[in-house]
Design a protein. Sequence first.
Length: 237
Amino acid sequence: MNRDKRPIIIHVACGLLAAAFVVFSLFAFRTGATALGVVILVFLAAVCAAWVWALHSVRQETADPAVNGDEAEAVSLLFSRLKPKCFRTQIRECQKQLARLQEKTAAMDHVLHDVFGDSAISIDKFMTGLRRARMLFLANQKQIADRILLFDEEGYRKALKQGTVPPAMQDAFAFIDAKIAENEAILTRIDELNTRIQALKATPQLADGSAMRQLDELIEQSGLYRQGQPVHKKETD
């Protein structure tokens, strides 16, 4: 499991620096250099303040942004900290997919406001499909991140050298690739929804109800949803 080592680095660096200042200040006072000792104490106080501030900043950054911000930002932060080299390609692909999801979401919002203006009710109806897609997409990416975090990369490399990779490790790669493929399908469905909404510009006589039925059918036909809820494939460990 990958852990953030920055708090340890901050503790060691600031601790050593503070200890050095304490030694220098004691030496200064004992040798009668009171002014120098006071200056060193001021620097010591500054180091302690920086120490506290640095730890606070790291804790704020590592806190789950999904609590007070966008869940997509939390997932993005999570993937930025994944380090296993054997999943480097998959991690990069997930980051690209997440960026594309954000771009498509912004594009969808722009198109909806362009088509419906300030009609919040109509916009909310069409955003329902996008919310469902985002929910499943982010859930898939969290599952991918969890698998990578729990993956024993060192054990995997040893198994590769021995030529006997355990089935559980092989399943991890298959599971992650399947989730990436599923998210790619979701991005394709979002494009289709966006195209359908843009078509309303050319057919203003199409009632909202009729358009929504077509959009709902498009979502259901994707096989990624059931009864309006994401379908999560069962994982087997």
